[in-house]
Ligand binder design. Sequence first.
Ligand code: ZN
Length: 943
Amino acid sequence: MRCVTDETFNELDKDHKEEIDYMNYKDTLLMPKTAFPMRGNLPNKEPVRREGWEEANLYEKSLERTKGRPLFLLHDGPPYANGSLHIGHALNQILKDFITRYKSMAGYHVPYVPGWDTHGLPIETSLTKKKKINRKNIPVAEFRQMCADYALKQLDQQRSEFKSLGARGDWDNPYITLTKDYEAAQIKVFGEMAKKGYIYKGLKPVFWSPSSESALAEAEIEYKDKRSPSIYVTYEVEQDNDLLEKGTKFIIWTTTPWTIPASMGVSLHPDLEYDVVQVGDEKYVVAHDLVEALEEELKWEDVKVVQSFMGRKADNIVAKHPFYDRDIVVMLGTHVTTEAGTGCVHTAPGHGEDDFYVAKDYGIEGFCPVDEKGYFTEEAPGFTGLFYDEANKVVTEKLDESGTLLYLKFITHSYPHDWRTKKPTIFRATSQWFASIKDFRKDILAEIKEVEWHPHWGETRLYNMVRDREDWCISRQRTWGVPIPVFYGEDGTPIITDETIKHVSELFREHGSNIWFEREAKELLPEGFTSEHSPNNTFTKEVDIMDVWFDSGSSHEAVLMNREDHHRPADMYLEGSDQYRGWFNSSLSTAVAVTGKAPYKSVLTHGFVLDGEGRKMSKSLGNVMVPSNVQKQLGTDILRLWVSSVDYQADVRISQEILKQISESYRKIRNTFRFMLGNLNDFDPEKHTVSEANLEEVDQYMLVRLQQIIENVRKNYDAYDFADVSQEIHNFIAGDLSAFYLDFAKDILYIEHEDHPRRRSIQTVYYETLVSLVKLLAPIIPHTAEEVWEQIPETDNEYVQLTDMPAFHEVASFDQEKLTKWDHFMKVRSDVLKALEEARNEKVIGKPLEAKLTIVPKDTETKEVLESIPHLHQMLIVSEAEIAKEADNTKAYNYVDIAVAKHEGEKCDRCWTFSHTIGENTAHPTLCARCSEVVENYYSHLV
Ligand SMILES: [Zn+2]
């Protein structure tokens, strides 16, 4: 199958030049001519083009142009201002840009304000670790200023990288979580939630990262394998009681021996059956269902069940701590399972959430003898000063000494780690500020159902997450963040009132939140403020800061409500699927808490970027692909075309090999555009456009095909299905367009007289096709689209991105009957291509133009279709095509039998067609009749 590739275009070009030079017919051919280069040279040309866009203020122009249209607001999720962009950032930003660019060309007014998340631990760490700043030697406010400077510098760097992706938006006026206005709005959100009673302070075991010295949110936890000791320990019953005799031992199992010093109870499930088993002289209590497994694990012999009872019967029995002089209470808890262990659960309310709640029912508080760095305090005699992880060994030895250690081995299991430091976390009961999710969980769940989710399973995912989530721990014991705006009275009572919140919010709006650290509590309160909790009129202030998810989660207030039109909810939030637990979740929580409504109408998510083999990218694997490298090597439009090609809702892959395929598909698009531009070089749409009704039928047919593409592509854009957008366009370009229409049309465009109606008819279709395709591709490859646009004669705007998408229309006087006919012809054409291919392989012919076809239709429909098509041989790109009732040497195909023979005429030196008319015109003895006429016309035209 021939198609318009570099090779054929150039080969044809070159061969013709040589021959015509000699024959002097060179100037009589209308060869394609265009300034649009074959090679994109994207890495060098794209940056220059983007500078031009910036100078021309195209973002502002796009807004001016669409003023008064319905608003479509894609609210940017703020990336964290630290480090260079990775390929995931690029995927995210480019997807956003596809949507905003498309919507802006599809009838909407589309502002896009990028944002940055600028507080938090990684920036503190960058300063202390990388820049060797000693935090202890400088005042808090000064350190915070350094953090701010650092964050803004990072932001600048990232901004230029985002812009280099071709992303269009208000890059000069982004929203930044550290700005005064933003912080003031965030305080407002906190205040509203406090006012509704959703904010409380409580002692609670929370995920605690000793390496970060801070509490962590669930979103900041990642699970990784860890090797831990697995021990079985006995708790001995102190006194004879109604159920058990003194000396009977409960067996517990734990993988965190270091929590034993904080052990306050043993939990049993009330509705589970327990056995007392006799092993040698010892009597042990374990869950009935686990006896067998334990027999094997603990290598018991001669196990006798001497007693059985339901868990609830053991309520409040007192046992002994394995080595401390401490009563251990048997508690009932439904969190106990028989999935592993013994069915008797060691309960340390200071180190576990379930433990905490169970113990609370027994009046036992969270006891936590571990400090913020993970070291034991004096409350754990024998272990004081030990790091918790090192204490495992000492605790185990102590258990062994006291004769309570039954068994020890090591296991590897999935364990929560700090997502930033990658170090293990612990549960630690501390005093923290919480947002009470349970108070408005029902409302959040109801709102989730109102949102449009792409993909649809996002709904279930977030629903389950919110349904199961605990209260949100919003305090952090760090410095670089927005202070929790709470004062304390002399009796320690927290003070949050409308008046204090308003005052602090105004102070932040005027001075920024650093003022919290620069001034005394009294100076941060409204003048003359008094409280019943402070008879002497002295106050202190909270020193914890807010979880950064509260920062970004307040953007609906700080950004959307900051717009003149208060456009909340936004039309769309679009981020990676990790944001179900992150930004989608925190934004939804604060918005529902404050307004009762979700902050977004729709949410679109994408997966992660993996390498070519589906592995996660990592420095150690050496498979990290950086967007800036792809841009420097191949160009931004190649990266963007890659984004358009992937099924982004799942995890996606990228590799050199994949990019090579993308580059090839780009070349195909580029060369097709170049070919069409070249053939439109003498076409003036004002003067030469042929009305649809007067187009040749095949040209009308191509126009109909184009309309189908426009309709499908726009549907796919509307469904955010970019892979189908690019597939649809690619298939059209590589298929019907270049393999059929552009190919056979050369014989008219190059050969016929400039103003020949058939030529103008084809050019009319070329023009409309080119304009439409460039528009359809403009959101995806904007650099190339503008480059082509510049070369198209007489377009309605200087920039294609400032035009509207082509709209589907019916092609005049082309009815269903004609469509059926041409669709049928295209099928017959496939038969012909097969026949020609076979004839070439059998060396019957060389080039298809050498062929004479005899086609025998198998049915009446095919016969009628073929007979009704003018210039049939031209459309099949052979020198002659005859329709016959029967013929010799035919081969059978789907719709026709075909005989391919070498044409017996001579080859015309101008058009290369074989003909019996060569030499008829003695003035041009090497030309066919058609060419002789054109050439004569040409020379007379010159005279
Ligand atoms: Zn000719």
